[in-house]
Every structure is written in C-alpha cells, then in structure tokens.
Design a protein around this ligand. Sequence first.
Ligand code: LLP
Length: 414
Amino acid sequence: WPDGTHLAGSDLVIGGVGATRLAARFGTPCQVLDEATVRNRAKAFLRALPEAEVVFAGKSLPCPEVYRWMASEGLSLDVSSAGELALARAAGFPGQRIVMHGNVKTGEDLKAALQHGVSRIVVDSFDEIAQLGALSRHGQEVMIRVTPGVDARTHAAITTGVEDQKFGFSLASGAALEAILRVVEQPSLRLTGLHCHIGSQVRHVASYEETVRRMVGLIASCGVRVEQLDLGGGFCTPYLAGESSFDLFGFAQRVRGTLNYECALHRVPVPKLLIEPGRSIVANAGVTLYRVCAVKRGVRTFVAVDGGMSDNPRPALYGAKYAVRLVGRGGARKPVTVVGRHCEAGDVLAEDVPLPADVHAGDLLAVPVTGAYHHALASNYNQVGRPPVVAVRDGVARQVVRRETEEDLLRRYV
Ligand code: LLP
C-alpha cells in the first residue's frame, strides 16, 4: 500500500482521501496514485546513489504529470518511442535529461529524438547505428546496449540480459565490441557510454554485481574512453504481504564497491553510473478500485468486477499475483477468485484471495501495487474505455489521466 495508507472506520484512506469518496467521484475502475509515495521512492534512489544519474523508466507509468514530479525531484527520464517523448515534451521535461531506448526505433522515433534534443540515444542494432549516423548532424551522443549474458532469474518475458533474446549487442560473441568501433567510426555520433538492462523484478544484487564485472571488462578491452555506465532498472518490488523488498542501500554499496574495484583492477577511469528504476518508484504508489458487479457461487466463488485484463493484463501475461481488499466492511473471510469483465476465461485478476463471505454486487474492492505497467499496458479490449489515473496528495484528489469515453473510442474509426 502507498505510504500513509490507513483505515478510517472501515474506509481505506490513500493520500488523505477515502477510497469510497474516490470511487463515488471518479467512478470505477479507478487507478489511484499517491504522489508522496512516488516522490519518496524517487528521493530514496537519489539518497542511496548520490553519485549516479537516476533515470525514471517512463514506460512504467507514462503520464506527463508523473514526468513533472520526476523532473522536479531531479531525476532524468527514459523514453522508448516518439510517443513517450511527446509526453515528456508536454511535461516540459528538459532534453538534456532524456535518454531514448528501444530495440526498434523507427525513423520517426530517431528523427523526433534528434529534433527535440534528446541527450543520449541508446542504440540496439547495427542497422540503427547506420541509420542514426546518417540522420545525425551534430555529434549526437549515443550509448550502446550490451547483452552481458547475466541471467537475472526472473520471468522469461522480462529477462533481457541473457544471450539469444532480442535486446542488445552480445558481449560474448564480440558484437558489443564491434558496435563500439562502429559508433566511434561515425563522425556524426559520439560514444558516451554503455548500457545494459538485465530484466525486471530482479531480486539478487549479485546479478547486478556480475553485470558490473562484465561491463567493466568490456570497457577495459575496447580501448575507448567510456564516460557513462548505465545498469538499467529492474529492482524487485513486492506485490504480496511477506515478499521481501529490494535492498536498495545494499545494492548501492555493493555495486559501487564492485565498480570501483573492477575499474582499479583494469586501470580504467570509473565511469559515471546511471540506473533506470521504473516499477520500484511507482508500483507501490498505485491502488486500483473496482466495483463488484456479480458474484457466482459454485465449486469456487467468482467475484466479477467492472474492470479486468484491459486495465491489468499482468496476471494473464506473467502469472502475476495480487492481493485484494474489500473496502467498507470486515467479517469472516473466504477465498474467492476475482475475475474481470472480458470475454476470456483467462481474465482473472486474483485467485484464492480472502474476502468477506458475504461479498456482493455493489461492494468496492481495492487492489494495491498497481502503479507500474497498469496504465501503461491498458488496452481497449471489448471497447471498454481505459480507467482514469487519479493523483492523491494531502487530502486532495485530481485526475492526471481522464477516463476514456465512448467518444474517445469512436474517434479512430472511419
Ligand atoms: N530500462 C530499460 C531499458 C527497460 O526496458 C526497463 C523496463 C526499465 C529500465 C525499467 O525496469 P523496471 O525498473 O520497471 O523493472 N511489462 C512488464 C515489465 C516490462 C519491463 C520493460 N522494461 C511487467 O508488467 O512486469
């Protein structure tokens, strides 16, 4: 739950605003986002690694208002398309603090990045190096995405540091070294640094330490000055009670120590460190409110709500697990399966979660840890409008993304 979340009577208070009131005012489903929690997490990263550039992974919660919070906290921003860059520009995010990512950047993405002064573009293929080299006029700074061959031991769909997947230049095969030389050869490009991102929901600091060792080895062997080393994001966030949280200060200490040691060993200058947290900044700040629409009691009890895989595809995509809480009532609880409104049997939000035995239509449910990759992954499946994002702070609630209407949906059809 977001910092400071508490019960007042049986209502759930988030950012000083009751969930009951939020649901009445903004409707359901509704994605509530606690501003203080987001800002606290951003500050925690800056405190843990004051020497590093902390880059918010904008894909985790694409929203100009959230980007403004990050800018004001002193973070940089990672965008992975011209679209995310457009949101960053709408937020007035300074170009010198924007990094562009993506294993595919179209000509439009690259042109937008060049036109709007994105400070660093992380190249991910030889085709891209050639294309960017031809488009760039002013010594565009680039970083090279390297596949270090480190298994972060997380879900296969979000494991990105191993060989034989689509991201980056392989270190082991020599492609990364070759990419460094190609960039250095391009007069219109300037090599600023190396980048890697081994995955998301990474639990073990040792995975990052091993990554640092390999990346410094590459820096030492390439014979080119590398000013920046970007270790990506992926810091694990607990979704259920009892799951341990990522040891950020331990991470900072061990990664800093390994980096200094390896650089001394290889006699290379210590590069400036970059990290790119997304989920670990915004996930826990989010709570989704749903209204129960129907309850079916059979072998199992199915509690059907007014949202589902269109606002949260994560259970279907990654087998992600969520806790669910009924707002407004307590009582003896029984395990139920919370399902969505979409036309698929796989549209299940949470299995075997304890809810009051008398759960019925009209009840309000709250699902925590829904701030990251929820708004970002939401779809219009079954032409259900995407929910709003409502920011709460000091007892005040305001929409930072409004609910999608039928008019919005119809606008694209010819
Ligand atoms: N940097 C790069 C280059 C990335 O691709 C990502 C996430 C991050 C940083 C931030 O990772 P984080 O700190 O948020 O774990 N849709 C999936 C997650 C996909 C992650 C994509 N890349 C999910 O809902 O679990």
